[in-house]
Write a protein that binds this ligand. Sequence first.
Ligand SMILES: Cc1cc2nc3c(=O)[nH]c(=O)nc-3n(C[C@H](O)[C@H](O)[C@H](O)COP(=O)(O)O)c2cc1C
Ligand code: SF4
Length: 407
Amino acid sequence: MTSDQSTISVRGHVAGPAGTTRLFAAGSGDYGSHQAAFGPLPAMGRAPLIDELSRSGLDGRGGAGFTAWQKVASVPADGRRPVVVANGAEGEPLSKKDAALLHNAPHLVIDGLLIAGQSLDAKELHLYAGAEQLAPVIRAFKERGEARIRLHEAPDTFISGEATAVVSAISGGLPIPRDRTKRLTDSGLNGRPTLVHNVETLAHLALISRFGSAWFRSVGTGSAPGTRLITLSGNTAGARVYEIPTGLCLTEILVSTGVDPQAVRAALVGGYHGTWLTAEQLDAPFSREGLAPVGARTGAGIIMTLGSGSCGLAATADILGYLAGQSARQCGPCTNGLPNMASQFARLAYGDASGRLPQEISRLAALVTGRGSCAHPDGTARLALSALMAFASDVEAHLRGRCEALQ
Ligand SMILES: Cc1cc2nc3c(=O)[nH]c(=O)nc-3n(C[C@H](O)[C@H](O)[C@H](O)COP(=O)(O)O)c2cc1C
Ligand code: SF4
């Protein structure tokens, strides 16, 4: 992702229950504003932190949505001092929220990393992000005289932020996924237990450590507490980042950010590894539980809308082409399966359609799923299959040589 700082502004926050401006409450990225808004850095032992995180219901904001307290608790307390990593790679082209966070509230991310590190008696702390996102962090380090955290530049690739790729890059290796059979919390960087959290997860952790789980839960829903950052793009002019109460319905999010749901044909939810939802499915709440019945996930908080004059098959073909080119070419499903699937999809989208293409795409999707060393083939296959479902009538039209969206 290339991101010019001027495009990473945090626009107006979504209208919703009071108190939804949390991560950006300091109003600016400087240390004085940060301290005035949030007070001093709290100290928390391992057990109280795990307890508070458990009560808060915080889940990871890097994509997989894994429960935060369980991940922290899975770092063994066996005398080996662990490593904690803040992951701000944000390789997903549709996501800008981590960049917005690092530019507008770097001290909150630093706090989260320091609190987690101190709770676990970590030996090393690392922050990994693209070069443009490291700049505000370096400024923040100077302001507070921070010297304990090591910084690493993440390359601008889709897979560079996958947790094992992060650990590989930090250890001086290639930024590509490694063996996923080993749990990083058992054996990660240089064999040490390694906790990798997304930068947004750590920023919430910093607030929960200060203000408690009840405060965190005072916004959002029972099963989806707190706030989360989302990146909205598509019908709107460019990508915009918002902090929203978790669990708002997709239509509520659209309306409150000035997007007319009537002008939305479909939405890609969860990013390039996500799921297309039809206009009829947009009343689903944007949370793990709310999206599960429609087969979608929040991913890294991404919503991309598709306007009425746009072809969902063409949009999907373009994304699949990009994803097929982003594999590390270590595993067969990525090296052979994804380019094949992307080219079959491009034929369907761009006019060289034959009756068997949808079946062939489905066959290839099934073939690559679960076969890689990381979840890249699975996510890419999920996107292709969801497009065939959400745009079923477009598929029919394309097979007859027409495109309904572009009529
Ligand atoms: C292909 C791929 C790319 C990923 N890219 C990122 C990323 O850029 N940033 C991120 O935080 N997590 C990314 N993840 C998820 C990480 O593997 C990991 O789950 C996450 O950093 C853990 O943080 P969390 O528990 O706070 O969500 C990616 C996963 C996959 C499969
Ligand atoms: S599945 Fe693909 S992206 Fe993941 S490690 Fe294998 S080749 Fe790389």
